[in-house]
Every structure is written in structure tokens, then in C-alpha cells.
Ligand binder design. Structure first.
Ligand code: SAH
Ligand code: SF4
Ligand code: F3S
Length: 444
């Protein structure tokens, strides 16, 4: 018996968000119920991220602070999974002895039995994968989705790209694509279950099928899932080298596919892109953006950018600024390069001092804000179809939702309307105000 309640704390990317919905499903199946505060939980699960150093440190701090629960006479079981669990395994348990279970990124199916064994034997349990080719997409239990109307649907796991700065291939393993008939069956079940929006997931989602010679590729998978009748279909994360004309054509021709693409560029200079092992040039990236915009003129485009990669000169950094100006991104997630042990870039000479990287980061962030502001301002007065998620975190008198270009919108709840009745509904909204990172509007 594991107790009655659980609490899950999730860091990192959408894969972890999906895994936390799966774990919630598993624990519900085992008879536990979710609680908001870790202090009230019998089982506390952390899903961790190690893509940058900051995320690593936060985890150690947060888990360490739970020692107070154990010393205060409570005996919650503490489990740590995700990418730090996979990377550190037994070392993590040794460093923080009050952790009861450490599990890897492909070991979710063992979580309940690991917890049971840890509880019965009072000895910590550790399980992580050695060989990632055994990726298993099988459903463990019905997921407990954060929003009943939205579902993540993994179509591949792992990554074969080994960008020189990135730890993901080491902690998520090699790329394995899921057979298309399984994906379509899962999508049909989700639609039958009332899901309105599906996000296809993969570390490198649009290289889907490359590991299965002769099998359907990403464009066909996108088309096949859209044909299951879902209202909205998104996908993340796409690599520029794998953005095919066929995919652009399916995106343009399929109304359910969101008018949104997250296409990480990482840098604007060819030498740095080569050192990052991104395998495209600036010109090739710009060519793909041109092809996208020719086919889907109103597409929302977001990206990821790293500043302070080893050896980055001022002139190279300015190429990044110039690329941001040239593309006019709707949104960009910007990161200061963080050396990750075991990756190629961590061993490069000329690591950039933090103050210099920070100064560049701030210049880039200011430019991104200007670009985002301008792109959103162009939507003033337009009518957008918005899928409503729930009350705004900042102001419960506002509902938040997303347009078909995946822009965040805040809308005042009409007098007398029931907020919960709007949740999961797609309605027309007139845009009455625009900011850098969200839109304001009223129901039509
Ligand atoms: N598979 C996705 C996500 C990778 S992690 C992709 O390829 O886009 C998300 C982002 O974190 C990356 O796009 C990159 O911009 C950033 N990132 C990864 N490793 C990093 C590092 N060592 N330092 C700083 N940023 C990093
Ligand atoms: Fe990391 Fe590159 Fe793979 Fe993305 S494509 S997960 S940045 S190695
Ligand atoms: Fe982080 Fe792992 Fe995702 S390192 S970004 S949680 S794949």
C-alpha cells in the first residue's frame, strides 16, 4: 500500500509534461489521489531536467528541502525520475539519501513496483535504462491529462542529432519512431474521449520515420492524425534540416494543423552553427522560413537561440541579432550556453565569461521583445478562433486561450457566464489589444 495521495513536480520539456500525465494515471490506478502541496502527499515524484545547469541545481535544492518532512515524522516516499534520474542513477540517491526511488526516462512502467519495494524493504530502489532501443510506447494506464481537451501524443522518442552542446541524446537515448498504425489508433481514441487538440511529440518530431526504412515519414503521419477528426493539431520540436516541402504542403492544406511552427535556429552565424553541429547554414534556415511563409503567410514562427557558445565573437553574435531582425520571429526562447559534462562543446576552449554572455543575452532579449511586439501588433482588430484553457493565472476574471497561431489570448469572462463552461470550447475572439507576449480580446 503506497498511501492515499501523491504530488508530482515537473521540470523541463513537453516530454516530461506528458510523462507526468502518465505517472498521474499510474498512481491513480494504484488508488492514490493528487494533492496540491507536497507536505500532504504520501508519494512525491520529481520529473527532472538537466538541459542547462540552472535546472540541475533547482532540483537538488528542492529535493534536499524535503528532508524536513522526513524528520518531522512524516514518511512520504520520494521518487526522482526524468533526465537527472537517468543521468545520475545511484549517484543521485547517494548524494541525497532520503530519496527512495530513482527511475530513468524509459522506466515509468516500473515506478509503482519500485515504490512498493522501497516501502516494503525500506531500501532505496534505482532503475534506469542501459539500452534505449527498447523504447516502449505502450499505454501504462489511462493518462490523467492536465486539460481534458488537450493531449500529448508521442510519435518518437530520443534524438540522433548530437548537437555539440546538448545532453538530450544521452538521457533520452537514440531515436525510435512509433509505428504509424499505433499512432493513428491512439489519436482515434483521444478524439473519441473528447480531445480537441493533440500535440505530436518527439525530441526531433519531424524526423519521424527516418529510423524505419521504407515506412511513412512525418508529413504522412501529420496527415494521418489530422484525418482522425481532431480539431487542432500541433507538433514539437522540429529540426530545420528535417522540414520537408511535403510537410509544409500538408500544413498548408490541412485546416486542423495549427498555423504555428517552433523551429529552433540556435544561432545566426555559419561557423557557430557548424561548431554546434546543426548541419544547416543560415541561408538554408532562411530558405525554409521563406518556403513556409510562401505556403502559409500568417504562420506564427518561434525559435530557440543560444548565446555565449564557446568561442562566440561579437561579430558572430551580431549575426544572430541580424537573423532575428531578418526573420521577425513571433517568439524566441533564449538561453545562455551552459556546458554539459560529456558533450563535445563542454570540452571546447574559449568558454565565454558569464558577464559577457549575460550582456549579449540581454541585448538579444530586448530585440526579441521588439520583434514579438511588432508581430502581435499586426493582429490588432483581427478575429481569431480561440480554444479556451481556463482562468488566467494572474487574474481569475480573465480566461486564457490560444489562437490557431498558438498565441496566448486573455479575454474577460462575460457577465453571468460560467468560466468552466468555456473551458475546452473554441470561440471567435476580436483582438482589442496586443502586448509582446499575449493578446487581449473580447468574445464576438
Ligand atoms: N529537441 C528540441 C529541444 C532541445 S532542448 C530541439 O532540438 O529543439 C531545448 C533548447 O534548449 C534547445 O533548442 C537549445 O536552444 C537549448 N539548449 C540545449 N542545450 C543547451 C545548453 N547546453 N546550453 C544552453 N541551452 C541549451
Ligand atoms: Fe538536443 Fe540537438 Fe537533439 Fe535538439 S536536435 S534534442 S538540441 S541534440
Ligand atoms: Fe530537459 Fe530532458 Fe527535456 S534534459 S529538456 S527534460 S529531454
Amino acid at each position: 500500500m503506497l498511501g492515499r495521495s501523491y504530488h508530482i513536480k515537473t521540470f523541463g520539456c513537453q516530454m516530461n509534461k506528458y510523462d507526468s500525465e502518465r505517472i498521474a494515471g499510474l498512481l491513480e490506478d494504484a488508488g492514490l489521489r493528487a494533492v496540491d502541496a507536497p507536505d500532504d502527499a504520501d508519494v512525491i515524484v520529481f520529473l527532472t531536467c538537466c538541459v542547462r545547469e540552472g535546472a540541475d541545481e533547482r532540483l537538488y535544492g528542492q529535493v534536499a528541502s524535503l528532508k524536513r518532512l522526513k524528520t518531522a515524522g512524516k514518511t512520504p516516499l520520494i521518487a526522482v525520475g526524468g533526465c537527472i534520474g537517468q543521468r545520475d542513477g545511484e549517484d543521485l540517491q547517494k548524494r541525497i539519501p532520503h530519496i527512495d526511488v530513482v527511475f530513468g526516462t524509459h522506466n515509468l512502467n516500473e515506478l509503482v513496483s519500485l515504490l512498493q519495494r522501497a516501502a516494503a524493504s525500506k531500501t532505496p530502489q534505482v532503475s534506469r535504462w542501459e539500452d534505449s532501443s527498447a523504447a516502449d510506447f505502450e499505454r501504462l494506464a489511462p493518462e490523467l491529462r492536465e486539460h481534458p481537451f488537450h493531449a500529448w501524443l508521442p510519435i518518437s522518442v530520443g534524438c540522433n542529432n548530437f548537437c555539440s552542446y546538448c545532453i538530450v541524446p544521452y538521457v533520452r537515448g537514440r531515436e525510435v519512431s512509433r509505428p504509424l498504425d499505433e499512432i493513428v489508433e491512439a489519436a482515434r481514441e483521444l478524439v473519441a474521449d473528447g480531445v480537441r487538440e493533440i500535440t505530436l511529440l518527439g525530441q526531433n518530431v519531424n524526423s519521424y520515420g527516418r529510423d524505419r526504412y521504407g515506412e511513412p515519414r512525418f508529413a504522412e503521419a501529420l496527415e494521418a492524425v489530422a484525418a482522425c477528426g481532431v480539431s487542432r493539431l500541433g507538433f514539437a520540436t522540429s529540426h530545420p534540416k528535417d522540414l520537408s516541402d511535403a510537410t509544409i504542403a500538408v500544413m498548408a492544406a490541412t485546416p486542423a494543423v495549427l498555423r504555428y511552427l517552433h523551429l529552433p535556429v540556435q544561432h545566426g552565424n555559419d561557423e557557430v552553427l557548424a561548431a554546434m553541429r546543426r548541419v544547416y547554414t543560415r541561408a538554408q534556415y532562411l530558405e525554409r522560413v521563406g518556403a513556409l511563409r510562401a505556403a502559409i503567410p500568417d504562420i506564427t514562427l518561434s525559435t530557440d537561440i543560444i548565446v555565449g557558445f564557446p568561442g562566440e565573437t561579437e561579430a558572430q553574435f551580431e549575426d544572430t541579432l541580424d537573423l532575428v531582425r531578418q526573420v521577425g520571429f513571433d517568439q524566441a526562447f533564449t538561453f545562455i550556453y551552459s556546458p554539459r559534462e560529456g558533450t563535445r562543446a563542454a570540452a571546447l576552449p574559449d568558454q565565454i565569461p558569464h558577464e559577457l554572455a549575460l550582456e549579449r543575452f540581454e541585448r538579444l532579449a530586448a530585440l526579441v521583445q521588439t520583434s514579438a511586439t511588432e508581430r502581435n501588433a499586426a493582429l490588432q482588430g483581427s478575429t481569431q478562433s480561440v480554444l479556451f484553457e481556463g482562468p488566467s493565472k494572474r487574474d481569475p476574471a480573465l480566461m486564457t486561450g490560444r489562437t490557431r497561431g498558438y498565441k496566448l489570448v486573455h479575454v474577460p469572462v462575460p457577465a453571468g457566464a460560467d468560466q468552466s463552461a468555456l473551458r475546452g470550447k473554441e470561440l471567435l475572439v476580436r483582438i482589442t489589444g496586443t502586448q509582446a507576449f499575449y493578446l487581449q480580446g473580447t468574445l464576438e
